[in-house]
Write a protein that binds this ligand. Structure first.
Ligand code: F6R
Length: 256
């Protein structure tokens, strides 16, 4: 794991955007895994401003609420088009987001896995983290080998996401999410976290034991996982000075 601590969210986003821009320049037909929620918003704005060529890019989103029509303003379909896809030259037929209205959810999930495979696998997966450590919507106790499937949200996640709905009771109870095994097969994982409310989850994910109680901790087993955090999200890490020193002293050939 590479822990990149920056003073502010803006500084972290600058690094994350440069990592993605470099990938798209080196591999114009890259396969990107994308996340929703508050965390990647500034990153998406930065990527839009960079005017990159997305014409050959394929994307796979992590998750979607079960029962929400793609046209619902609260769906992750709407989120992605409003905050990224409508502003870049990605091809509609190369965008993949789980369908929360799928009639046969297990069949849909198996197909989603197949599509990822036939696209050549995910080159880089962008991740946020839940306050209890979820990645995608793989809630605590999710199987660390899980694949795309239906999951039940925890009460904490429904409280956390109530801000996007008209109250907590309106937050759907179920989601379709890529599994932890799916995420672990991405060639590179880029986890972003900003703000003090993510500090505990980040400390557990980075310095705690690998455990399904904090699903993000599995990234300790990933050969190419970067964790980009601001000072607040890093505030409960015990080895921050070391991580900062490592980043500041990377050999020139490893720098962005
Ligand atoms: C969203 C997703 C979730 C979020 C996480 C953090 O597609 O997969 O894991 O990244 O819930 O959400 P925010 O960024 O809103 O704090």
């Amino acid at each position: 794991m590479e822990i990149i601590i920056q003073p502010t969210e803006a500084d972290s986003v600058d690094i994350a955007a440069r990592i993605i821009a470099r990938l798209l320049r080196e591999k114009p037909n890259a396969v990107l895994g994308l996340a929703t929620g508050s965390t990647p918003l500034r990153l998406y704005r930065a990527l839009i401003a960079m005017n990159l060529d997305w014409s050959q890019v394929t994307s796979f989103n992590l998750d979607e609420y079960v029962g929400l029509d793609p046209n619902s303003p609260m769906s992750y379909h709407s989120f992605m088009w409003a905050n990224l896809f409508d502003h870049i030259n990605i091809r509609k037929d190369k965008v993949n987001i789980p369908d929360g209205t799928a009639k046969d959810i297990p069949a849909f999930c198996a197909e989603y896995e197949e599509k990822i495979k036939s696209a050549g696998g995910i080159d880089l997966q962008v991740l946020g983290i839940g306050t209890e450590g979820h990645i995608g919507f793989n809630e605590p106790t999710s199987s660390l080998g899980s694949r795309t499937r239906i999951k039940t949200l925890t009460p904490q996640t429904r409280r956390d996401n109530a801000r996007f709905f008209d109250g907590e009771d309106k937050v759907p109870t179920h989601v379709i999410t890529m599994g932890i095994g799916t995420i672990m097969e991405a060639r590179e994982n880029l986890l972003l976290a900003f703000g003090a409310n993510k500090a505990h989850a980040i400390a557990q994910a980075v310095e705690g034991p690998i455990s399904s109680i904090n699903p993000a901790s599995i990234l300790q087993m990933h050969p190419q996982a970067k964790v980009c955090v601001d000072a607040e999200a890093a505030s409960q890490l015990t080895r921050s000075e070391y991580y900062k020193w490592v980043y500041a002293n990377k050999p020139a050939w490893q720098r962005l």
